[in-house]
Design a protein around this ligand. Sequence first.
Ligand code: AHG
Ligand code: MN
Ligand code: MN
Length: 338
Amino acid sequence: MVHRSKITTLTEFIIQRQSEYPHAKGALTRLLNDIATAAKIVNREINAAGLVDILGTVGKENIQGETQKKLDVFANEMFITALKGGGECCAIASEENEKVISFSNEFSELGKYVVAMDPLDGSSNIESNVSIGTIFSIYRRVTEAGGGTQQDLLQPGVNLAAAGYVIYGSSTMLVYTTGKGVNGFTLDPSVGIFCLSHPDMKFPSSAHIYSINEGNYIYFPEGVKRYIKYCQESDADTLRPYTSRYIGSLVADFHRNLIKGGIFLYPGTTKNPNGKLRLLYECNPIAYIAEQAGGKASNGFKRIMNIEPETLHQRAPFFTGPRHMVEKLESFLQENPE
Ligand code: AHG
Ligand code: MN
Ligand code: MN
């Protein structure tokens, strides 16, 4: 008979950790549980994507001018509903909504936190059965009372209280940090519980992957072009040439690079100088996890988490991975200013 050591569930783990925060009264615990519950519902719908009428578009565009998929809309609604009903969150910024969604009922406006989220990341991959995700950032509100406002959400990454992602892959995982390391939980679908499977995640030292949409090569800054060539050169000491891996879902690309060791790059281009990825709900939460896993996240010149956001949907060039890889990339950018 296989002997299993005790399983730690996500809920147990969060409660254990809560005792490390003397002033915590369980609000963040409940908020993370609300997110986990919504993630399970989204996961169920994703798993049934080929069976039910959920694939395809809804015939509308979101604020980024991107066509919304039915699952984008479904996931957005599920997370909003869970957070609104949970009572710990007083406002949300979502990729799918132009403005802040403020909860101004007597229950939710007492919430101490706000959430910025990408409810479904990598949605262009849904039809092809490729891993997709959800990304979330949690901040303490800065306003005193009432429904949360844009001011509560326009905070730099250094103010994050917690951040994480869910990856809907060959298994479904929730990975998060509250600033004391990164922990990963795998969903046991038979009982619907996230179980601690990846404690204290760190980038491995044997990093040898680079991840970039090389189809945009001609539009990249000179420093990025030269870094790509550096990745492709032979040098046994630095494990080069690196392996190229790119899925086109930030969550899936980052998660693989965290497990296997690699750098993710989404540079600015001549067409889009700030790149594609959104600071509040893509770059910052992934940056927090990267840093907590011993890595680094940069726009090439500056720490991502130090950028002061000005608008909800602003974008930033994004480079993240093991510290030594990101620093090498930064040196190429700094030696080749445009
Ligand atoms: P979303 O599905 O939330 O719009 O995000 C897609 C993003 C991100 O997941 C990925 O890293 C990037 O788009 C891929 O962009 P390219 O297709 O330009 O490589
Ligand atoms: Mn996304
Ligand atoms: Mn999205």
